[in-house]
Design a protein around this ligand. Structure first.
Ligand SMILES: NC(=O)c1ccc[n+]([C@@H]2O[C@H](COP(=O)([O-])OP(=O)(O)OC[C@H]3O[C@@H](n4cnc5c(N)ncnc54)[C@H](OP(=O)(O)O)[C@@H]3O)[C@@H](O)[C@H]2O)c1
Length: 280
């Protein structure tokens, strides 16, 4: 096995790397340096969002590296306050202006905000943005199966990606199964549970010792073997490298099950249940 970045095919025929880089809270000059470091270490899939106020930071890092633009997959997300069709189109254009990019590789609806009931309209705008060449692949975050089903019923187009909270304490088994049955790629946000409790966990410590890997590598390898694209964030170059060095070992079935058994019904980090949680 080599340590090369593996690729996953989306339902629209495009390909994404099996692991990406999260950028929440990476802003300004330090943020640019951290993202530039991640690209130089081998990350090719970058996550960001209009609401992280760092689309400019990501764009600047992309311009500073020597890696050609076409080798990078850059993501941003539509905020809840701009779900109306015309607002959504303008927001995507504004995202591009901020990053100084000609196109986004991936654009996602950030939250469904079902109580406002505008996410189908937002999805129609993403479909149109793809037609116009503003974005190459379109998807969503935090959509439950009932929301995804509505997109399919009302537009005939299913997202290529659903980015959801996923870590050993909340493993999203049913949701992942639904994605698999419908050809949607799962992306894992907060894949390291924001470093809360994972590094002290005895079960994970024992598995890490067994494979002579770090706990972070064990968790990220678990995501990879689940078929989920993790997007760990780190401002620290040696951790960035550690987190992407996953393709030279493999967890056995028993260890996969043991990690899955750490999941809890109430395992969400901040109780952000998409059925009721709203973000604008
Ligand atoms: N769609 C959504 O609704 C949504 C929601 C939340 C997040 N996201 C995306 O998902 C990305 C990742 O999630 P996240 O940032 O919440 O959390 P995360 O990636 O699970 O954890 C980040 C934390 O882990 C630490 N860390 C990273 N690698 C480490 C290592 N090898 N050893 C020890 N500590 C390590 C980082 O510290 P240092 O930085 O100090 O190294 C940081 O404190 C975000 O950045 C964002 O792009 C999306």
């Amino acid at each position: 096995m080599t340590n090369q970045l593996q690729k996953i095919t989306l339902n629209d025929g495009n390909h994404i790397p099996a692991i990406g880089f999260g950028t929440y809270k990476l802003k300004g000059n330090e943020g640019v340096a951290a993202i530039e470091s991640a690209i130089n270490l081998g990350y090719r899939l970058l996550d960001s969002a209009y609401n992280y106020e760092n689309e400019g930071t990501v764009g600047e890092a992309v311009r500073r590296t020597t890696v050609p633009r076409e080798e990078l997959m850059i993501t941003s997300k539509l905020p809840g306050r701009y779900h109306r069709y015309n607002d959504a189109i303008v927001t995507i254009e504004e995202s591009l202006y901020r990053a100084k990019l000609g196109y986004y590789d991936i654009y996602l609806i950030h939250w469904p905000n079902p109580n406002r009931d505008l996410y189908v309209e937002a999805w129609q705008a993403l479909i149109e943005a793809k037609k116009r060449g503003l974005v190459r692949s379109i998807g969503v975050c935090n959509f439950l199966p009932e929301h995804l089903k509505r997109l399919q019923d009302e537009t005939g187009v299913l997202p290529a990606i659903n980015q959801i909270e996923l870590h050993p304490f909340f493993n999203q088994e049913e949701q992942r199964e639904w994605h698999k049955e419908h050809g949607i790629v799962t992306e894992s946000w907060s894949p390291l549970a924001r470093a809360n409790d994972v590094f002290e966990n005895e079960v994970l410590k024992n598995i890490a010792t067994k494979y002579d890997k770090s706990i972070s590598q064990i968790i990220l390898r678990w995501h990879y073997q689940l078929g989920a694209v993790a997007i760990p964030k780190s401002a620290t170059p040696n951790r960035q490298l550690e987190n992407i060095s996953l393709f030279d070992f493999s967890l056995d079935d028993q260890d996969m099950k043991t990690i899955a058994s750490l999941s809890r019904q109430d395992g969400r980090l901040k109780n952000q249940d998409p059925a009721v949680y709203e973000e604008f």
